[in-house]
Design a protein around this ligand. Structure first.
Ligand code: 13P
Ligand code: SF4
Length: 301
Protein backbone atom coordinates (compact mmCIF):
# COMPACT_ATOMS: atom_id res chain seq x y z
CA UNK A 1 0.00 0.00 0.00
CA UNK A 2 1.45 3.39 -0.86
CA UNK A 3 2.29 5.97 1.82
CA UNK A 4 -0.56 8.33 1.00
CA UNK A 5 -3.16 5.59 1.37
CA UNK A 6 -1.56 4.41 4.64
CA UNK A 7 -1.70 7.93 6.04
CA UNK A 8 -5.31 8.45 4.87
CA UNK A 9 -6.31 5.25 6.64
CA UNK A 10 -4.45 6.23 9.81
CA UNK A 11 -6.14 9.64 9.92
CA UNK A 12 -9.50 8.05 9.19
CA UNK A 13 -9.15 5.88 12.30
CA UNK A 14 -7.82 8.72 14.44
CA UNK A 15 -10.71 11.03 13.51
CA UNK A 16 -13.43 8.36 13.25
CA UNK A 17 -13.99 9.40 9.64
CA UNK A 18 -15.58 7.69 6.67
CA UNK A 19 -14.84 8.40 3.04
CA UNK A 20 -17.69 8.27 0.57
CA UNK A 21 -17.27 8.66 -3.18
CA UNK A 22 -19.61 9.21 -6.07
CA UNK A 23 -19.53 6.78 -9.01
CA UNK A 24 -17.90 9.52 -11.16
CA UNK A 25 -14.80 9.90 -8.98
CA UNK A 26 -11.40 8.84 -10.33
CA UNK A 27 -10.57 5.15 -9.86
CA UNK A 28 -8.03 5.61 -7.01
CA UNK A 29 -10.53 7.63 -5.01
CA UNK A 30 -13.27 5.04 -5.53
CA UNK A 31 -10.84 2.33 -4.41
CA UNK A 32 -10.16 3.86 -0.99
CA UNK A 33 -13.77 4.87 -0.24
CA UNK A 34 -15.93 3.11 2.35
CA UNK A 35 -18.88 3.46 -0.01
CA UNK A 36 -19.10 4.29 -3.70
CA UNK A 37 -22.58 5.05 -4.95
CA UNK A 38 -25.15 7.31 -6.53
CA UNK A 39 -26.52 10.44 -4.88
CA UNK A 40 -29.33 8.55 -3.18
CA UNK A 41 -27.19 5.73 -1.75
CA UNK A 42 -24.63 8.23 -0.46
CA UNK A 43 -27.29 10.40 1.23
CA UNK A 44 -28.78 7.35 2.94
CA UNK A 45 -25.37 6.08 4.04
CA UNK A 46 -24.45 9.46 5.56
CA UNK A 47 -27.80 9.63 7.37
CA UNK A 48 -27.16 6.24 9.02
CA UNK A 49 -23.42 6.48 9.66
CA UNK A 50 -21.93 6.68 13.18
CA UNK A 51 -18.79 8.43 12.00
CA UNK A 52 -17.84 11.85 13.39
CA UNK A 53 -16.39 13.00 10.09
CA UNK A 54 -17.61 12.42 6.54
CA UNK A 55 -15.13 13.08 3.76
CA UNK A 56 -17.33 13.55 0.72
CA UNK A 57 -15.59 12.87 -2.58
CA UNK A 58 -18.05 14.33 -5.02
CA UNK A 59 -19.40 17.80 -5.72
CA UNK A 60 -20.61 20.53 -3.39
CA UNK A 61 -24.37 19.81 -3.36
CA UNK A 62 -23.67 16.21 -2.34
CA UNK A 63 -21.54 17.17 0.67
CA UNK A 64 -24.08 19.85 1.53
CA UNK A 65 -26.88 17.25 1.48
CA UNK A 66 -24.88 15.11 3.91
CA UNK A 67 -24.51 18.11 6.24
CA UNK A 68 -28.25 18.93 5.98
CA UNK A 69 -29.06 15.40 7.16
CA UNK A 70 -26.21 15.08 9.70
CA UNK A 71 -25.63 18.52 11.26
CA UNK A 72 -23.59 17.17 14.19
CA UNK A 73 -21.07 15.51 11.92
CA UNK A 74 -18.17 17.33 10.37
CA UNK A 75 -18.69 17.09 6.61
CA UNK A 76 -15.67 17.80 4.46
CA UNK A 77 -15.44 18.40 0.72
CA UNK A 78 -11.76 17.86 -0.17
CA UNK A 79 -11.93 20.18 -3.20
CA UNK A 80 -13.82 23.33 -2.33
CA UNK A 81 -14.25 24.35 -5.97
CA UNK A 82 -15.87 21.07 -6.98
CA UNK A 83 -19.33 22.37 -7.85
CA UNK A 84 -22.14 21.26 -10.13
CA UNK A 85 -22.93 23.80 -12.88
CA UNK A 86 -26.47 22.43 -13.17
CA UNK A 87 -27.12 23.02 -9.45
CA UNK A 88 -26.11 26.66 -10.01
CA UNK A 89 -28.74 27.08 -12.74
CA UNK A 90 -31.48 27.71 -10.18
CA UNK A 91 -31.43 30.11 -7.25
CA UNK A 92 -33.84 30.36 -4.32
CA UNK A 93 -34.88 33.85 -5.51
CA UNK A 94 -35.74 32.69 -9.02
CA UNK A 95 -37.63 29.70 -7.61
CA UNK A 96 -39.63 31.95 -5.27
CA UNK A 97 -40.78 33.97 -8.31
CA UNK A 98 -41.80 30.79 -10.12
CA UNK A 99 -43.83 29.71 -7.09
CA UNK A 100 -45.74 33.00 -7.23
CA UNK A 101 -46.59 32.31 -10.89
CA UNK A 102 -47.94 28.82 -9.98
CA UNK A 103 -49.54 29.16 -6.54
CA UNK A 104 -51.08 25.66 -6.29
CA UNK A 105 -48.09 23.73 -7.58
CA UNK A 106 -45.85 21.44 -5.53
CA UNK A 107 -42.12 22.11 -5.83
CA UNK A 108 -39.78 19.19 -6.43
CA UNK A 109 -36.04 19.84 -6.53
CA UNK A 110 -33.47 17.46 -7.94
CA UNK A 111 -30.79 16.77 -5.31
CA UNK A 112 -28.42 18.61 -7.69
CA UNK A 113 -29.41 21.94 -6.12
CA UNK A 114 -28.27 24.22 -3.29
CA UNK A 115 -29.48 24.01 0.31
CA UNK A 116 -31.36 27.30 -0.27
CA UNK A 117 -33.27 25.80 -3.20
CA UNK A 118 -34.02 22.65 -1.19
CA UNK A 119 -35.35 24.90 1.57
CA UNK A 120 -37.80 26.45 -0.92
CA UNK A 121 -38.97 23.02 -2.15
CA UNK A 122 -41.64 20.64 -0.86
CA UNK A 123 -39.61 17.54 -1.59
CA UNK A 124 -36.27 16.54 -3.04
CA UNK A 125 -35.52 13.67 -5.42
CA UNK A 126 -32.57 11.92 -7.02
CA UNK A 127 -32.32 10.34 -10.44
CA UNK A 128 -33.07 6.96 -8.84
CA UNK A 129 -36.40 7.92 -7.26
CA UNK A 130 -37.62 10.99 -9.21
CA UNK A 131 -40.63 9.27 -10.82
CA UNK A 132 -41.77 7.73 -7.50
CA UNK A 133 -41.29 11.01 -5.65
CA UNK A 134 -43.38 13.02 -8.12
CA UNK A 135 -46.00 10.28 -8.26
CA UNK A 136 -46.31 10.34 -4.46
CA UNK A 137 -47.58 13.93 -4.51
CA UNK A 138 -51.27 14.77 -4.54
CA UNK A 139 -50.82 17.94 -6.64
CA UNK A 140 -51.19 17.68 -10.42
CA UNK A 141 -49.04 20.75 -11.06
CA UNK A 142 -45.38 20.24 -10.22
CA UNK A 143 -42.60 22.79 -10.53
CA UNK A 144 -39.49 20.70 -11.20
CA UNK A 145 -36.00 22.27 -10.83
CA UNK A 146 -33.38 22.48 -12.21
CA UNK A 147 -32.91 19.63 -14.73
CA UNK A 148 -35.14 20.03 -17.77
CA UNK A 149 -34.14 16.63 -19.15
CA UNK A 150 -34.97 14.72 -15.96
CA UNK A 151 -38.19 16.76 -15.69
CA UNK A 152 -39.18 15.77 -19.25
CA UNK A 153 -38.42 12.13 -18.47
CA UNK A 154 -40.71 12.26 -15.42
CA UNK A 155 -43.42 14.02 -17.46
CA UNK A 156 -43.38 11.21 -20.00
CA UNK A 157 -43.59 8.53 -17.30
CA UNK A 158 -46.39 10.35 -15.45
CA UNK A 159 -48.74 11.81 -18.09
CA UNK A 160 -51.39 12.59 -15.42
CA UNK A 161 -49.04 15.21 -13.95
CA UNK A 162 -48.40 18.68 -15.30
CA UNK A 163 -44.65 19.18 -14.94
CA UNK A 164 -43.55 22.81 -15.09
CA UNK A 165 -39.99 22.61 -16.35
CA UNK A 166 -36.91 24.70 -15.57
CA UNK A 167 -34.24 25.27 -18.19
CA UNK A 168 -31.28 23.75 -16.32
CA UNK A 169 -29.11 20.98 -17.71
CA UNK A 170 -25.93 19.02 -17.06
CA UNK A 171 -23.09 20.29 -19.25
CA UNK A 172 -21.66 16.77 -19.50
CA UNK A 173 -24.79 14.74 -20.32
CA UNK A 174 -26.16 17.43 -22.62
CA UNK A 175 -23.16 16.88 -24.91
CA UNK A 176 -24.47 13.49 -26.05
CA UNK A 177 -26.20 13.87 -29.43
CA UNK A 178 -28.34 11.47 -31.40
CA UNK A 179 -25.52 10.97 -33.93
CA UNK A 180 -23.22 9.75 -31.11
CA UNK A 181 -25.76 7.07 -30.26
CA UNK A 182 -26.28 6.02 -33.86
CA UNK A 183 -22.54 5.78 -34.42
CA UNK A 184 -22.00 3.76 -31.22
CA UNK A 185 -24.84 1.41 -32.18
CA UNK A 186 -23.34 0.95 -35.64
CA UNK A 187 -19.94 0.08 -34.13
CA UNK A 188 -21.41 -2.24 -31.50
CA UNK A 189 -24.59 -3.74 -32.98
CA UNK A 190 -24.93 -6.35 -30.20
CA UNK A 191 -24.71 -3.82 -27.37
CA UNK A 192 -27.69 -2.44 -25.51
CA UNK A 193 -27.92 1.21 -24.50
CA UNK A 194 -27.97 2.31 -20.83
CA UNK A 195 -28.28 6.04 -20.14
CA UNK A 196 -28.72 8.54 -17.33
CA UNK A 197 -31.95 10.60 -17.31
CA UNK A 198 -29.87 13.80 -17.45
CA UNK A 199 -29.39 13.03 -21.16
CA UNK A 200 -31.50 14.82 -23.77
CA UNK A 201 -34.92 13.34 -24.57
CA UNK A 202 -33.76 12.19 -28.04
CA UNK A 203 -31.13 10.01 -26.30
CA UNK A 204 -33.42 8.73 -23.54
CA UNK A 205 -35.95 7.73 -26.23
CA UNK A 206 -33.38 5.42 -27.84
CA UNK A 207 -32.26 3.75 -24.59
CA UNK A 208 -32.97 0.21 -23.44
CA UNK A 209 -32.65 1.33 -19.82
CA UNK A 210 -32.69 4.72 -18.10
CA UNK A 211 -31.51 5.07 -14.51
CA UNK A 212 -29.22 6.57 -11.89
CA UNK A 213 -25.54 5.62 -11.90
CA UNK A 214 -26.16 2.84 -9.37
CA UNK A 215 -29.19 1.58 -11.26
CA UNK A 216 -27.12 1.43 -14.47
CA UNK A 217 -24.40 -0.59 -12.68
CA UNK A 218 -26.98 -2.96 -11.16
CA UNK A 219 -28.83 -3.34 -14.45
CA UNK A 220 -25.63 -4.31 -16.30
CA UNK A 221 -24.69 -6.81 -13.58
CA UNK A 222 -28.03 -8.62 -13.68
CA UNK A 223 -28.82 -8.35 -17.40
CA UNK A 224 -28.38 -11.32 -19.75
CA UNK A 225 -26.80 -8.99 -22.30
CA UNK A 226 -23.02 -9.11 -22.64
CA UNK A 227 -22.27 -5.72 -24.25
CA UNK A 228 -23.41 -2.26 -23.25
CA UNK A 229 -23.11 1.28 -24.59
CA UNK A 230 -22.95 3.65 -21.63
CA UNK A 231 -24.47 7.13 -21.79
CA UNK A 232 -23.18 8.78 -18.65
CA UNK A 233 -19.95 10.11 -17.12
CA UNK A 234 -16.80 8.00 -17.69
CA UNK A 235 -16.10 7.42 -13.95
CA UNK A 236 -18.87 4.82 -13.92
CA UNK A 237 -16.76 2.50 -16.11
CA UNK A 238 -14.61 1.52 -13.10
CA UNK A 239 -17.46 0.00 -11.13
CA UNK A 240 -19.20 -1.41 -14.20
CA UNK A 241 -16.07 -3.40 -15.05
CA UNK A 242 -15.50 -4.43 -11.43
CA UNK A 243 -19.07 -5.68 -10.91
CA UNK A 244 -19.31 -7.36 -14.34
CA UNK A 245 -15.78 -8.41 -15.33
CA UNK A 246 -17.05 -10.79 -18.03
CA UNK A 247 -19.02 -8.09 -19.89
CA UNK A 248 -18.02 -5.38 -22.37
CA UNK A 249 -18.72 -1.70 -21.85
CA UNK A 250 -18.37 1.08 -24.43
CA UNK A 251 -18.52 4.69 -23.31
CA UNK A 252 -20.78 6.58 -25.72
CA UNK A 253 -18.12 9.21 -26.43
CA UNK A 254 -14.67 9.99 -24.96
CA UNK A 255 -15.74 13.53 -23.93
CA UNK A 256 -18.12 12.33 -21.22
CA UNK A 257 -16.17 13.84 -18.34
CA UNK A 258 -17.49 15.96 -15.47
CA UNK A 259 -14.48 18.21 -14.72
CA UNK A 260 -15.69 18.93 -11.19
CA UNK A 261 -15.95 15.25 -10.30
CA UNK A 262 -12.35 14.80 -11.41
CA UNK A 263 -10.90 17.46 -9.08
CA UNK A 264 -10.62 15.19 -6.03
CA UNK A 265 -7.39 13.17 -5.76
CA UNK A 266 -5.72 11.06 -3.06
CA UNK A 267 -3.56 14.11 -2.26
CA UNK A 268 -6.60 16.31 -1.75
CA UNK A 269 -8.23 13.69 0.49
CA UNK A 270 -5.08 13.44 2.60
CA UNK A 271 -4.86 17.22 2.85
CA UNK A 272 -8.54 17.47 3.82
CA UNK A 273 -8.06 14.97 6.67
CA UNK A 274 -4.90 16.72 7.88
CA UNK A 275 -6.45 20.19 7.88
CA UNK A 276 -10.15 19.28 8.24
CA UNK A 277 -11.01 21.45 5.24
CA UNK A 278 -13.20 22.37 3.41
CA UNK A 279 -15.88 22.11 6.13
CA UNK A 280 -19.48 22.50 4.98
CA UNK A 281 -21.29 25.10 7.10
CA UNK A 282 -24.95 26.00 6.73
CA UNK A 283 -27.34 28.60 8.00
CA UNK A 284 -29.47 26.72 10.55
CA UNK A 285 -32.82 28.07 9.32
CA UNK A 286 -32.00 27.06 5.73
CA UNK A 287 -30.72 23.68 6.92
CA UNK A 288 -33.91 22.87 8.86
CA UNK A 289 -36.14 23.77 5.91
CA UNK A 290 -33.92 21.92 3.44
CA UNK A 291 -33.93 18.88 5.70
CA UNK A 292 -37.71 18.63 5.47
CA UNK A 293 -37.50 18.16 1.70
CA UNK A 294 -34.74 15.54 2.05
CA UNK A 295 -36.53 13.68 4.89
CA UNK A 296 -39.70 13.64 2.87
CA UNK A 297 -37.78 12.12 -0.04
CA UNK A 298 -36.19 9.47 2.20
CA UNK A 299 -39.67 8.48 3.46
CA UNK A 300 -40.97 7.85 -0.08
CA UNK A 301 -38.77 4.78 -0.68
P1 13P B 1 -26.65 9.84 -9.67
O1 13P B 1 -27.50 10.20 -8.51
O2 13P B 1 -27.36 9.00 -10.68
O3 13P B 1 -25.39 9.21 -9.24
O4 13P B 1 -26.30 11.17 -10.49
C1 13P B 1 -25.71 12.29 -9.94
C2 13P B 1 -25.23 13.18 -10.97
O5 13P B 1 -24.75 14.25 -10.72
C3 13P B 1 -25.34 12.76 -12.34
O6 13P B 1 -24.76 13.69 -13.17
FE1 SF4 C 1 -23.41 18.16 -12.14
FE2 SF4 C 1 -23.42 16.98 -14.54
FE3 SF4 C 1 -21.25 16.85 -13.03
FE4 SF4 C 1 -23.47 15.48 -12.37
S1 SF4 C 1 -22.17 15.17 -14.17
S2 SF4 C 1 -22.17 16.68 -11.00
S3 SF4 C 1 -25.04 16.94 -13.01
S4 SF4 C 1 -22.17 18.71 -13.90
Amino acid sequence: MNDIIKEINRLKKEKNAVIVAHNYQIDEVQDIADLVGDSFALSKFCANSNADVIVFCGVHFMAESAKIISPKKTVILPEKHAGCPMADMVTAEALKKKKVEHPGAAVVCYINSSAEVKAESDICCTSSNAVNVVNSLEQKDIIFVPDENLGSYIAEKLPHKNIILWNGYCITHHKIKKDDVLLAKEKHPEAILLVHPECRKEIVDLANFVGSTKQIIDYAATSDAKEFIIGTEMGIMHKLKMESPDKKFYLMSPGLICPNMKKTTLDSILHSLQTMTEKIELDEDVRIRARKSLDRMLSVE
